[in-house]
Structures are given as C-alpha cells and as structure tokens.
Design a protein around this ligand. Structure first.
Ligand code: 13P
Length: 344
C-alpha cells in the first residue's frame, strides 16, 4: 500500500473549491430517476444521460471526481472514448461504487446491512485496472423506535472498515459513507446522538482494521431533524450540530469530509454546506468540508433534459450552475446573487 499516493488522491478529491459528483445509481435506482422524467430505463439511455453529465463543459473546474457504477465504468462516450478516460481528460478522477446494496439485517427487523465483501479484492483490482482511483461503500442507518440497534451499527461499521482496508490494499481511496437517513419524525438532537455514535463506531473499526486515516474520505449525512418532524431545523443549527458531531468523532488526519445530500432540496444542501464552511473558518477545523451529492447536483439537469437531445446543452448548464454554487459553498462564499446568476 502506497500511503503517500492514497493521501495525495484523497487530498485531490477534497481540494479547495472542489467536490464530488455522485452518479453511481444502481440500474434500478437510475431507472426510478429516469422514469420520473418519462425516459425508459434502457442501457443506452443510462449511458446517454451519464455522457451528458460527464461531458459538461468546465465541469472539472468544480468537480474533482465522479462516482461510477459497475455498468457505467465499462461504458464509453458516443465517440468511443471509455468513460474513465474521458474523465481523466477533463481532470475528473474516476471513482466506483463497490457495495452491492443494503439488505435486511437478519435478527433486526427494519434494519439493514450493506453487502459486497465477498470477492471484493478481485473486483477492486479490476476497477483499478479500468482506471478507478477511489471507491464508495454506503451503509444505511434508520432512526426509529429502538433503532438503530447496537448490532446494526456494529455490523455496518465493521463492513465499512473491511471494505476500506481492501480498498487501500488495492491503491484505491475508500469513501466511507455511514448514511443516517433523513426519513422519520425524529428531532435534531436524536439525529446528533445517532450520527455521533455511528461515526465513532466507524472510526474505531477503521482503526482496528489498520486503515490509514490520511488516505480516506468520510461521506456523512448532515445532522438535522427528520423530514416529517414537526419542528424542522434552522440552517445555522444544522451547520453547528453537524460540525459538533464531526469534531467529536473524526480524526484530524482525515483530509476531508464530503457530504451526501440525502433528500434535501438542491438549495438547502448548498446553503447548509456554505454555513458549515463559514462557521468552520472561526474554528480552525483540520479537514476540508465539501460535497459528494447525487440528487442535489443532478436533479435540475435531469428535469431539464427529459431525454431530449436538443436539451443537452441546457441540462449541462444547469449541472454546471449547481456545481459552481456548491464549489462556492465549499469555500463559504455562496450567496443569493450567485444562486440566481445563470452559469456563464
Ligand atoms: P444523495 O446526494 O442523493 O443523497 O446521494 C449521495 C450518494 O452517493 C448516496 O449514496
């Protein structure tokens, strides 16, 4: 394992002013997104949509890396250039989702554990050969009555740590994603408690599996009240509680934290990131704070495109605009004026 190389890649993924484009939807999830805009879930439509995203002019100014899926990493632009090569040409690091999904956790009704460890060493080698330089694994934690259980938190943290160790062995930077779901009517205090526990168990397991903290990126959810909670969280409270949680749990050696959007609106996700970076300036935090959004980056592009060839350029402008707003937010420099300015 070349820790120096892994550290440099991890630092490049969270370089100032840059974030990650998550476009690693599995085929069924991509199908759901396409169905919402009346597009068939065919392999070629999935390919065409991902080509639109990756060939957005100027995307590499704001996006350091993009996360592909097993099908996508093997696909090419219409001109025959493989996606990983097209990304490298644009200064975008290829990444790959390697988990095989969150499945029911036996003995724990209503809870999930993420699968994909069997055969992972061999798959990682293949992905590295195909050009990937980082990977992603997502664990899903539900807040509910008597949930999450200790068994669920431990099983997911353990799997994330085993995945991360295998990634570093294969010279891939692991993105470790313990997602605490936004679904439910829980309070922000409860979200804080669960997120803190999930993250501290995760870093303990990473330590026990000899994972180098300098060669990974944490992809957490933000700390906020559930989407059905009567009392929704104020943006500055979300920023404050999320930072408090990170400070309690994330080692200083970790180069960066790249948040998921988790069902927040595009503008909410940007505003929260911006406020965190503004507050962070007064706190001297050791890590970069940026984005690794899927829905909050792609939503406008997808609804602009709707499968129509003559909408590709407009959809790319919409994606670039969100990338630019989130880039500004990662520096604490996002504002209303920027939000309403059309990407040039
Ligand atoms: P969202 O930003 O849509 O939550 O997706 C991020 C992601 O990669 C989920 O694994």
């Amino acid at each position: 394992m070349n820790i120096q190389q892994l550290t440099e890649t991890a630092q490049a993924m969270v370089a100032p002013g840059k974030g990650i484009l998550a476009m690693d939807e599995s085929n069924p999830t991509c199908g759901k997104r396409l169905a919402a805009v009346g597009v068939d879930n065919s392999e070629d439509n999935r390919r065409a949509y991902r080509e639109l995203l990756l060939t957005t002019p100027g995307l590499g100014d704001y996006i350091s890396g993009a996360i592909l899926y097993d099908e996508t990493i093997r696909q090419s632009l219409a001109d025959g250039t493989p996606f990983p090569k097209a990304m490298q040409d644009r200064g975008i690091i290829p990444g790959i989702k390697v988990d095989t999904g969150a499945k029911e956790l036996a003995g724990h009704p209503g809870e999930k554990v993420t699968e994909g460890l069997d055969g992972l060493r061999e798959r990682l080698k293949e992905y590295h050969d195909l050009g990937a330089r980082f990977a992603k694994w997502r664990a899903v934690i539900t807040i509910g009555k008597d949930m999450p259980s200790r068994g669920c938190l431990e099983a997911n943290a353990h799997a994330l740590a085993r995945y991360a160790a295998l990634c570093q062995e294969a010279e891939l930077v692991p993105i470790v994603e313990p997602e605490v779901l936004f679904d439910g009517d829980h309070s922000i205090e409860r979200c804080f408690q669960v997120t803190r526990e999930a993250q501290s168990r995760l870093f303990s397991q990473l330590y026990h599996q000899n994972v180098a903290f300098s060669g990974l990126v944490l992809k957490p959810s933000m700390v906020l009240a559930g989407k059905d909670a009567a009392q929704q969280s104020a943006p500055d409270q979300v920023a404050r509680e999320t930072l408090r949680c990170l400070r309690d749990t994330v080692p200083a050696a970790v180069p960066g934290v790249a948040f998921l959007s988790g069902g927040q609106s595009d503008q909410q996700a940007t505003e929260h990131l911006n406020l965190m970076n503004q507050q962070a300036k007064k706190m001297q935090l050791p890590w970069q704070l940026t984005f690794s959004y899927a829905r909050a980056l792609q939503h406008v592009a997808l609804t602009t495109w709707r499968g129509e060839k003559d909408k590709v350029a407009e959809a790319q402008q919409a994606l670039l605009h969100r990338a630019k707003c989130n880039s500004a937010a990662s520096r604490g420099q996002y504002n209303e004026k920027l939000e309403h300015e059309m990407a040039a």
